[in-house]
Design a binder for this molecule. Structure first.
Ligand SMILES: Nc1ncnc2c1ncn2[C@@H]1O[C@H](COP(=O)(O)OP(=O)(O)O)[C@@H](O)[C@H]1O
Ligand SMILES: [Mg+2]
Length: 237
């Protein structure tokens, strides 16, 4: 594999005195869609916060295209090329869909402005039809799409999606899955945190499993699909 876009090496994270992550290792290659799978409380969101600079690691490294993100504030991590969509998918409710997109617009780390509102509307036609609507009036699934779209407007090198399927109706989950596959086909590099393994089997190329703050498995999605023991031990509900 060519040098990874994102590499997390031996990362420990503490909240106060309690250690939450224990030597997390992850490597996401260009164009991959990696699923970070694990039960509730396993440490998925904390891993994302460690990458995004919100929960800085006490030990270990986070590298983006070979450059360390150590000690960078969240806005500098974003500027370096990490597009982080947190679990609570916040939109600006009193602003239109289009204004929400414009707020997210920035050049990528190498000055590229690949994503424009026109491009977003091509990929997210549902948002095109709602561009003048207040974001607060969108459904949960539409808001999830809007936060993904707004983050793309920042031209990130990697998109981090924390539980994009959470709390959404099955049809909407399917639509989000189709969208992620489409982004993958366009070459966007994606890391998705999920409890929903079935969702990830349909969208990811690679998978890592996290349990009690440690990565216990990492392979292709096909390998995970064929590994009943790992799925039952760490992911069965
Ligand atoms: N702000 C916090 N302070 C203390 N403990 C926390 C905090 N946030 C999460 N935790 C704990 O860290 C562990 C991992 O949480 P989290 O990363 O949110 O897991 P996941 O996203 O996999 O559900 C859980 O035991 C959780 O209770
Ligand atoms: Mg979480």
């Amino acid at each position: 594999m060519a040098s990874p876009i994102l590499e997390v090496r031996g990362t420990d994270v503490f909240y106060g005195a309690s250690q939450i992550l224990f030597g997390i290792d992850l490597s996401v290659g260009r164009g991959q869609t990696m699923a970070l799978l694990g039960r509730n409380g396993a440490g998925k969101s904390t891993t994302f916060k460690a990458i995004a600079g919100i929960a800085p690691p006490r030990r270990g490294q986070v590298m983006l295209s070979g450059t360390s993100l150590a000690g960078k504030a969240p806005y500098l991590v974003a500027r370096a090329g990490v597009g982080y969509v947190p679990e609570d998918r916040q939109v600006f409710p009193e602003h239109t869909v289009e204004d929400n997109l414009i707020v997210g617009a920035k050049a990528g780390p190498r000055g590229d402005r690949h994503w424009t509102t026109e491009r977003i509307y091509e990929v997210f036609p549902i948002l095109a039809g709602m561009r003048r609507r207040m974001a607060g009036r969108l459904s949960g699934g539409e808001q999830q799409m809007l936060t993904i779209a707004r983050t793309l407007m920042g031209n990130p090198d990697i998109l981090l999606l924390d539980e994009p399927s959470e709390g959404l109706a099955p049809l909407i989950v399917q639509a989000i899955g189709a969208l992620i596959r489409q982004l993958r086909e366009m070459g966007v590099t994606i890391l998705i945190a999920e409890q929903n393994m079935h969702f990830c089997l349909g969208v990811a190329t690679h998978a890592a499993v996290i349990d009690k703050g440690q990565v216990v498995y990492s392979d292709t999605i096909e390998a995970l699909r064929g590994d009943d023991a790992v799925r039952q031990r760490y992911l069965a509900v």
